[in-house]
Write a protein that binds this ligand. Sequence first.
Ligand code: UD1
Ligand code: MG
Length: 462
Amino acid sequence: MKDLCTVILAAGQGTRMRSKLPKVVHPVAGLPMIAYVIEACRPLLAKRTVVITGHQADTVREALAGEAIEFVCQPQQHGTAHALLQAREALTGFDGDLLVVSGDTPLLTAQTLNGLLQAHRESHALATVLTAELPDPTGYGRVVRSATGGLLRIVEELEATPQERQIREINAGVYCFAAHALFEALQAIRPSAVKGELYLPDAIALLRDCDGGVQALPALDPDEIRGVNTRAELAEIHRLLWRKVAARLLAEGVTILDPERACIGPLVRIGSDSILYPNVTLEGQTVIGGGTTIYSGCRIRNSTIGSDTVLLDGCIIQESQIGDGCQVGPYAHLRPLARLQRHAKVGNFVEIKKSVVGEGSKVPHLSYIGDTTIGDRVNVGAGTITCNYDGFAKHQTVIENDVFVGSDVILVAPVSVGRGAIIAAGSTITENVPPDALAFGRARQVNKSGSAGAFRSKHRKG
Ligand code: UD1
Ligand code: MG
């Protein structure tokens, strides 16, 4: 079997997106569009993966940091064939199969790519192109076949005749080539009549009459090959992607009350008997246990949520961990590295950052907890704030097991509260509280009997 090398075209600006951001890094369900293409190619185990960058090359590289990828630059973008020609030098001596994909087709699956590669290898063709029948082929290159059905050439929409525009079989922009034949053909491509660009699909007509020939392979799922060239297509891709994920989760035993309003990324895993109310957004590597209920308006990113937990409406949870049987929200904000242990409760308008809330502990109302370790069975009263920042550095707060913190307490870090202590409501705590102590950190109240009347008459006269 010949070696495989993958080339991903990602140098274009994406003019039709009308964006400062290069098209292939536009987020799709929280990940850059091109990351999906890399993911789909991964199981094919190509010897090498080359990404062609050009427009804002650094931004594209950063989006793919950590991947085993070679980058080749196309400083000026003169079309898809010109882009691929830039890889010629890097691929000197490579004589295997070349899989060429665009960075703007995020719904492609490994299965489809593998099918294309196998068909290519079995046929010994010089080029195998993936095609699809679309109800509306607008914007795509059309596949022109002979009367007997053989592949003749691909014509871009701008250059197609009115009859050719009626063709509904389109070029998916995914190809397998015999490397040695491809680069010969690329040299022979001439600039297109309308745009003056070098079109990669023109290689098909050039290779057609060479020994080995060319073939087209229709994709089993036409939705998979959709490219993103406009914001409208980006929206359409999201709709397709979210639908697909929702369908998978429904089949896996998750209740999604309105699958058309479930924005769930493809890497998300959810256990059975969990319930999702409408308008929940789940992104990145998020894992949710079974029997958990997530109410409307929650957005969760790269987080782990346990089983039998309830997330009430409007919570934002990022890079955090929530244990089993917890209750969170409504309107709680868990910032990176918040960790709630089993049966913890975090209530409305509470912000937690880089902190642990121990088993069975409660922070029920209007609090900020940052750089804090809270032990088990702790009650934190309404309005309690940890002052973790002095304008220069962040400091730690430690609250040990079984502590009761009254309402509206200010804990000025670094500070610790010993096991079983009680802090009076309204206290400002600047010194460590020993275990089992009762701490007051507030001025003593003064009641002046009968003075209210005198106060009122003074002010009325005034
Ligand atoms: C391309 C195909 C079209 C096919 C469609 C499928 C060409 C000429 N047309 O059209 O037949 O139906 O894909 O989605 O190939 N790029 C570069 N350098 C360039 C130009 C483009 O790297 O000079 C990259 C882009 O970043 C993009 C990819 O190539 O990732 C495809 O370019 P795009 O402009 O999106 O081509 P389409 O018009 O979609
Ligand atoms: Mg495109």
